[in-house]
Structure formats: C-alpha cells, structure tokens
Design a protein around this ligand. Structure first.
Ligand code: ATP
Length: 240
C-alpha cells in the first residue's frame, strides 16, 4: 500500500507546552482513518499542523505528504498540493449562497470551465445542499454548514481531506448523515480521509483504522474492529 500521509516522530510545542510528544502514523491512499482521544490529547494540534495552520517554530519531526516534506509549508501551499481541510468552526461565507460558497472553494483552480460540472457533482453527493442552493450561508443549520464546508473543500479537487471534529455541535441524526456523506466521498470519489473525533463511537464505526491519542502520544492503533473490541478502548472511550 502506498502512503499518502506520514508523520515521523512528529512533535509540537507551544512555547514550553509539549502538546504532541513524538508520534508516527501512516495513512494509505484510499483509506479512512480516525484519530481519537480525550480533550487536550493533542489531536487538534496534530491536525492543524498537518494543514499548515500552526506556528512552524513549534514543529519537530517530519510530515510527509505524497513523498514531500510539508511541515514548514504554508497552509495555502499545502492546499494547492491536493490536501484540503475542514477545520473546526467551518468558516463558510455567511453572506454568500450555498452555490457561491461552492464556487469560492474552487479559487485555487486554473481549469475554471469544469466548475459548473463539479458543482453538479457536489449536489449529487450532498442532495441537501441542492435543496438549499440559493440559501445564504447564515441561514443553514449546523449540519448543512458542515456538509457545505466539506463540499467546498472538494471543489479544489483534493486527493485527501482532513476533518477536525466533523460531529461537533450536531444532533445525532445529522452526525450520521454527515458521516454517510464522508463515506460517499471515499467510496465514490476515491478521496483519502483522515479525521479527528471526540465521538469515538461514530469514529470507530465510520473509519477503517484508528489511532488513539493520550497526552500527546499514540497509545493504541489498529483496525476499527480491533479497537472497538479492545477492553481499554471500550472503557476509556466508548463509555462501557
Ligand atoms: P480538544 O478536543 O479539546 O481540542 P485536542 O486533543 O485537540 O483537544 P489540543 O487542542 O491539540 O488537544 O491541545 C493539546 C495541548 O496543547 C493541551 O494541553 C492544550 O492546552 C495545549 N494547547 C493547545 N493550543 C494551545 C495554544 N495555542 N497555546 C498553548 N497551549 C495550547
């Protein structure tokens, strides 16, 4: 299997605070992988650093995307390499319609002639967005905003998408819908997915493999089936 993204002894410090203390992981092309763990474990720091959104001076170790080291690159450059992200808070444009938000997602592209067809494809993958095509971003529900944020990231033709807490603030039924959409992106569009989740149950049901992070370190990893059957994981993260 070919690695799409690798972290090699990755560390991150905010001044004297060692948020991530040397983790290594690999995500292969076509996989859905999750990173779970309690509050403050270092998940968001890891995700944000991969996307180029933390201060480079805090980084040690290597982050390799498609064979290239990216740990010192800007977020803009990383996105242009086909690694898109949907980060907490969603940041959709509230004064633009759903359709206009999707167009904004294509801002890095040079092949503007296919944008219309790509929007159609997103409406096929996210039927809810088609119903809301002319609604303003500010009028969408939390779940619709999350779907729009994911669809907008897709407009940049990424090979891989990183998601930070896709379930955050959403009602359970909407969470299921969002994760179904994430699976469709993986199965139908071949997108490699890496996501951080505090909702371990939905994470382990949705991904193929997982890593468990605790106070800056990876303590267990494996297939989601194995993790779901692991007694320590069940006790600490699945509330059993
Ligand atoms: P959460 O789900 O609560 O976001 P997390 O697993 O994503 O948790 P991080 O947000 O990455 O964890 O935080 C890891 C550690 O780094 C925590 O101890 C946190 O207090 C610390 N930390 C995070 N951001 C900063 C910052 N900007 N400055 C200083 N310390 C920080």
């Amino acid at each position: 299997m070919s690695a799409m993204l690798e972290l090699e002894d990755f560390r991150y410090s905010y001044g004297g605070v060692h948020a991530v203390k040397g983790i290594s992981l690999q995500i292969n092309e076509g996989e859905i992988v999750t990173l779970i763990g309690a509050n403050g474990a270092g998940k968001s720091t890891t995700m944000r650093t991969i996307c180029g959104l933390t201060e480079p001076q805090g980084v040690q170790g290597k982050i390799v995307y498609k064979g290239k080291e990216i740990q010192k690159l800007s977020g803009h450059k990383i996105t242009a390499m086909g690694l898109s992200h949907v980060i907490e808070g969603r940041h959709i444009f509230s004064k633009l319609t759903v359709d206009e938000n999707l167009e904004m997602g294509a801002y890095l592209r040079k092949d503007t002639k296919n944008i219309k067809a790509d929007k159609e494809e997103m409406y096929r993958l996210f039927p809810r967005l088609l119903e809301r095509k002319t609604s303003l971003g500010s009028n969408l529900s939390g779940g619709e905003q999350q779907m729009l944020a994911i669809a907008r990231a897709m407009m940049n033709h990424p090979k891989m998408i990183l998601l930070d807490e896709p379930s955050l603030g959403l009602a359970p039924i909407i969470v299921t819908e969002v994760f179904k959409a994430i699976k469709r992106l993986n199965e139908q569009e071949g997108i490699t997915i890496f996501f951080v989740e505090q909702n371990s149950k939905i994470a382990l049901n949705s991904a193929q493999r997982g890593y468990v992070m605790q106070t800056g370190e990876i303590v267990i990893s494996g297939s989601c089936t194995d993790l779901s059957n692991n007694e320590a994981v069940r006790k600490a993260y699945l509330g059993e």
